[in-house]
Design a binder for this molecule. Structure first.
Ligand SMILES: Cc1cc2nc3c(=O)[nH]c(=O)nc-3n(C[C@H](O)[C@H](O)[C@H](O)COP(=O)(O)OP(=O)(O)OC[C@H]3O[C@@H](n4cnc5c(N)ncnc54)[C@H](O)[C@@H]3O)c2cc1C
Length: 562
């Protein structure tokens, strides 16, 4: 049953076995799995069934200068389904090396093993409808060569790994009917949780308090009594809620050691250097391919675990990309059309296609007439190519349920800029915390102070050099990096922000993290966390597949008899 908490008939108090705060990927999967075990579950979602700017406004946060992070209200969504309403659908598992004791990565230890997560990947992929748990191209794409190009004779680079793509599934709409019909489940929408309730000075969980919108004061709030509360409000909002629940403990829940909000990790992302394929075109596999079950897959260039161990580096992948769409010098009609349409394309695209700051800078530095004229000329001269591309795009992206994940354009010279995605080491000083501004419910807004370390950048540069050296032994491709590229990798903090990781990390003891290996918050019995906030390290992989796997693991734990 789905209920709008603003409706007048909604009671002021409800009881549940388990209250789940936040109906994103983690919350929806947890609610459906736990309700199926017979537990009485209430799933509480701040947003409504449809995205609204008024609701999104509550997600606005403050930033610390110099601003290095994307605006957080742009890179997450306050709606049923959470950020899966805009995500790109890329599913990549973590690797065994992520869970190893890497003494060169500070605070890099997980309290669980790779196998503890990996056994939930098959089910997590089913929930995201992204195909079987096969990430080796040889197995996933029968009849196709395993490697992106014939591999160099070096163990430092891996070219046969794939990422799989979900539709991308918007879990709020995809699972709506199941949420409505599930026997033991009540879903409250438009129900922002104001604080988590505990007793015995914060030691035992008691439930949650929901702000009833449209009424003033806290007297008319809705209380949900529950012995178990799971906070799955996203990597940033989970922090806000734990810290705002300070009525029993001034420091907030789970925060006796001041760790809630610390170790905030995104990924180091951006465009650096180029790859030039020299192998015959028939041997190159850098575009999307469709696996037998219909999912899109794509190979990437991975710095091998052996190289990471030997050279004490971190996770790093490269993907061939296309030229910056902003600069009409690319002379590509499709890229010019994308640039002109950038305001209408979904955020994932807008973010991948160009940095908005770059756009502004380039637009402002040019004579507008020449700048826009050059884009229009590209489109006019390449009209037949643009028409063919548009027909393909409309068919495989706009109209298709399983959407072509992004645009991969073939360059006749086979030279492509490289998109990088690198792991960031957990850094205590990188953090989010409560600021002095408040939203309309009086909840303090977050301040984001995302930081990287010089070691992060040094590892990135060494990783790029290692990959370039490996390809230098190859007949199939070359990586080109200039000194300027390394300088960029050394300095740039590249403002993105769709991955919110590690802010309430799991650890083997309260001195190192906020929750334990079962995602139970240290110091408050019955309080659990789900989502990328609990990750001890970020890996290089996008977080959603792993956070769903961990949600399934948590559901299994909570389904055990007490
Ligand atoms: C543009 C973009 C592209 C992305 N692409 C990818 C990708 O390709 N692959 C990938 O793995 N990841 C991707 N991500 C990240 C991915 O979307 C997130 O990892 C994932 O959606 C997080 O799920 P979650 O359930 O932990 O949190 P969320 O999706 O943030 O859900 C949390 C929910 O909690 C609700 N909530 C918050 N506060 C409260 C409160 N006080 N009371 C009640 N409810 C509350 C929110 O409204 C929301 O619905 C992308 C993100 C963005 C923004």
């Amino acid at each position: 049953m789905i209920i709008d908490a603003r409706d007048p008939g909604v009671p002021e108090r409800m009881e549940a076995d388990i209250a789940i705060v936040g109906a994103g990927a983690a919350g929806i999967v947890l609610a459906l799995v736990l309700a199926a075990t017979g537990r009485k579950v209430v799933l509480i979602e701040a947003g409504g069934e449809k995205f609204s700017k008024a609701s999104q406004e509550f997600y606005r946060a403050q930033q610390v200068e110099p601003v290095s992070h994307g605006p957080v209200d742009m890179f997450r969504r306050r709606v049923l389904g959470g950020s899966t309403s805009v995500w790109g659908g890329r599913c990549i598992p973590f690797d065994p090396i992520d869970f190893e004791d890497r003494d060169w990565i500070a605070h890099g230890r997980w309290p669980i093993r790779y196998e503890d997560v990996a056994r939930h990947y098959p089910a997590a992929l089913q929930w995201l409808d992204a195909g079987p748990a096969q990430f080796d191209a040889g197995a996933a794409l029968p009849g196709e060569p395993a490697d992106m190009v014939p591999a160099p004779p070096s163990d430092d680079v891996v070219l046969n790994r794939i990422e799989r793509f979900s539709h991308p599934l918007h879990l709020g709409s995809w699972y709506r009917d199941r949420l409505e019909e599930s026997a033991n489940l009540t879903v409250l929408i438009e129900a922002p949780v104001r604080r988590i309730l505990a007793r015995d000075e914060g030691r035992v969980i008691a439930g949650v308090q929901i702000a009833r919108q449209g009424r003033t004061g806290t007297a008319s709030d809705i209380m949900i009594g529950a012995d178990r509360v799971i906070v799955s409000a996203g990597g940033l909002e989970t922090v806000r809620l734990l810290l705002s629940s300070d009525q029993d403990k001034a420091c907030g829940l789970g925060n006796e050691r001041g760790l809630v909000g610390r170790f905030y990790q995104c990924h180091l992302e951006g465009e650096i250097g180029q790859i030039q394929f020299t192998a015959p075109a028939r041997q190159i596999r850098q575009d999307y391919e469709v696996a037998p079950n219909g999912t899109y897959c794509r190979r990437y260039i991975w710095l091998s675990p052996e190289a990471q161990r030997r050279k004490r580096l971190a996770g790093l992948v490269l993907r061939p990309s296309h030229p910056n769409i902003v600069d009409p010098a690319h002379e590509n009609p499709v890229l010019s059309a994308m640039y002109l349409a950038k305001n209408w394309i979904v955020p994932e695209y807008a973010r991948k296609l160009t940095s908005l700051e770059d756009c502004k800078r380039l637009e402002l530095s040019r004579n507008p007439l020449t700048f826009w004229g050059a884009h229009v000329r590209n489109m006019a001269l390449g009209a037949p190519r643009l028409a063919a591309f548009t027909a393909h795009f409309v068919r495989h992206r706009t109209l298709a349920q399983r959407k072509l994940p992004s645009v991969v354009l073939r360059d006749p010279r086979e030279i492509y800029p490289l998109d990088i995605n690198a792991e960031q080491e957990p850094n205590r000083d990188s953090r989010v915390f409560l600021g002095d501004q408040c939203d309309a419910f009086g909840m303090r807004r977050l301040v984001v102070d995302w930081r990287t370390t010089s070691d992060d950048h040094q590892r990135l540069v060494e990783g790029l050099k290692t990959l370039a050296a490996a390809f230098a032994q190859s007949d199939a491709a070359r990586l080109h990096f200039e000194e300027d590229d390394f300088a960029l990798a050394r300095e740039s903090r590249i403002p993105v922000g769709g991955h919110h990781i590690g802010t309430a990390r799991m650890a083997s003891n309260p001195a190192e993290g906020v929750c334990d290996a079962n995602c139970a918050v240290f110091g408050t019995q019955g309080l659990y966390l789900a989502g990328a906030a609990t990750f001890s390290t970020s890996g290089f992989a996008n977080p959603t597949l792993t956070l769903v796997a961990l949600a399934l693991r948590l559901a299994e734990h909570l389904a055990e008899p007490v």
